[in-house]
Ligand binder design. Structure first.
Ligand code: NAP
Ligand code: HSE
Length: 437
């Protein structure tokens, strides 16, 4: 692609791939704020072509029909397109189109966490090789400016931890369960009825979406490649209304937390439900909101909070990336530095991670039961911090025990769970949740 001479205010041509929720928001922002965005980008931003699947589909925005196409070549091979804005979602064909755009010397802006988490390092290398930028602020946390902060503003720090509530669907469901005493299935149904959860919400509720986003955040925070498969993940399906009741009584909120920590020579990367002390800022992030807490050696703790999804919040991030790309083009290359992944710390296996645990058991209500349970835990070097007998079901002669432990290794805890389930006095291992903070 021909580069522009510095300072020249010719219009920058945009080729948009996808006109769904985010593409629609981006088109709306580009149209409604054209004058101010041109001023900030140093010249007009002109949409030259938009790729969709279905030309006849009703849409929230109505670009001139001549811009819409179902042929990717009209965007990727269009000489008027300087920046390709990928908003299709999913791994393919988005990956192929991003690669083609970078190879042809076009700058790329994307909101695609799947592609970034799985192929980010390779795409950044391709961008560096072709001297073009790849920007992806909207891939994590929607409108929250966390990627730019990690890439630029926090560079003076050695970051020690990143904690994120980075999936709005699950945070909405957990907030409903906590506030209204709902079990998981009716809370999910409400989220689907309101359009927060997709018809197939498995990526969100199983923690996959958050794991992809954490892989991106951890890679940037620790300058080392963390792949989605390196991130341990558990979803929220096991949680029951009684876990929320006990958590509240004990002074905790339950959140699906994405956790990345730097330790001696290694990194922890995991996504699972946690008990968080109620007075922690992240414990108070409710509904569809997202938040990311970062800890740096110079800056200390920082909290970013905002709308992690939706047409306009996500467009806020995408359009800012487009402006950066436009400025880079005017300056003759990617002034916006691409991240260097020059560290190589391994990700610690989950089995070796040490945390505290909440454990809920249904047991026979008879003498000697606690001693048997304490013995199993003791043999695995798991120290009990507190035990409360919560409910007694007289007809069934069972009781519910809630045990809070001190820190223990994950593999020892899992072995203890296996052995507890074999005890004749344990009728059910109800649930367990790790405790942070
Ligand atoms: P969406 O509503 O499903 O829109 C996808 C768009 O891409 C549609 O316009 C669709 O065309 C088009 N498309 C998909 N596959 C195509 C193909 N093979 N060929 C041509 N067109 C194709 O998705 P979205 O919610 O906007 O999400 C877009 C991206 O942003 C995803 O990577 C997502 O993870 C990310 N993101 C979304 C949000 C959010 O709030 N939704 C927030 C942050 C990041 P048709 O319209 O013709 O079907
Ligand atoms: N499904 C995601 C969420 C959308 O619920 O947060 C933004 O990536």
């Amino acid at each position: 692609m021909a580069r522009q001479r510095p300072g020249r205010a010719k219009s920058i041509g945009l080729g948009i791939l996808g006109l769904g929720v985010v593409g629609g928001g981006v088109y709306r922002a580009l149209s409604q704020k054209a004058a101010v965005l041109a001023e900030r980008a140093g010249g007009p931003l002109t949409v030259e072509a938009i790729l969709v699947r279905d030309l006849k589909k009703g849409r929230a925005v109505q670009p001139p029909p001549r811009l819409l196409t179902t042929d990717p070549k009209d965007v990727l091979g269009n000489p008027r397109v300087d920046v390709v804005v990928e908003l299709l979602g999913g791994e393919q064909p988005a990956l192929e189109y991003i690669q083609e755009a970078l190879r042809s010397g076009r700058h790329v802006v994307t909101a695609n966490k799947d592609v970034l988490a799985k192929h980010g390092a390779q795409l950044l290398a391709l961008g560096r090789e072709r001297d073009v930028g790849l920007q992806f602020e909207a891939s994590v946390g929607g409108g929250i400016p966390i990627i730019g902060s990690l890439l630029h503003d926090l560079l003076a720090n050695n970051l020690t931890a990143v904690y994120g509530i980075i999936n709005g669907t699950t945070n909405y469901i957990l907030t409903k369960m906590a506030r209204e005493g709902l079990d998981f299935a009716p809370a999910l149904k409400q989220a689907q009825d309101l359009g927060y959860a997709e018809a197939d919400p498995s990526h969100d509720i199983q923690g996959t979406d958050a794991a992809y986003k954490l892989a991106i955040l951890a890679t940037l925070a620790f300058h080392t490649q963390v792949r989605p498969e390196d991130v341990y993940r558990e979803g929220i399906e096991r949680l029951a209304s009684r876990d929320f009741r006990y958590a509240q009584e004990l002074g905790y909120a339950i959140k699906l937390l994405a956790i990345a920590k730097a330790e001696e020579g290694a990194i922890q990367a995991r996504v699972h439900p946690v008990f968080l002390p109620q007075d922690y800022p992240l414990a108070k992030v409710d509904g569809v909101f997202n938040a990311v807490q970062v800890e740096g050696d110079l800056v200390g703790p920082l909290l970013f909070q905002g709308q992690g999804a939706g047409a306009l919040p996500t467009a806020s991030a995408v359009v800012a990336d487009i402006i950066h790309a436009a400025k880079d083009i005017r300056q003759g290359g990617p002034a916006t530095p691409l991240p260097l992944l020059n560290d190589s710390r391994p990700v610690r296996p989950m089995a070796e991670v040490r945390t505290r645990y909440y454990l809920r058991l249904s047991v026979s209500d008879q003498p000697g039961v606690l001693a048997q349970i304490a013995q199993v835990l003791g043999e695995q070097q798991i120290s009990i911090a507190s035990v409360i007998q919560k409910e007694v079901y007289e007809e069934a002669q069972t009781a519910e025990l809630v045990i809070m432990t001190h820190k223990a290794r994950e593999d020892a805890f899992q072995e203890a769970l296996r052995r507890l389930a074999l005890l004749s006095v344990v009728s059910e291992v109800g649930n367990y949740v790790r405790v942070e903070g």
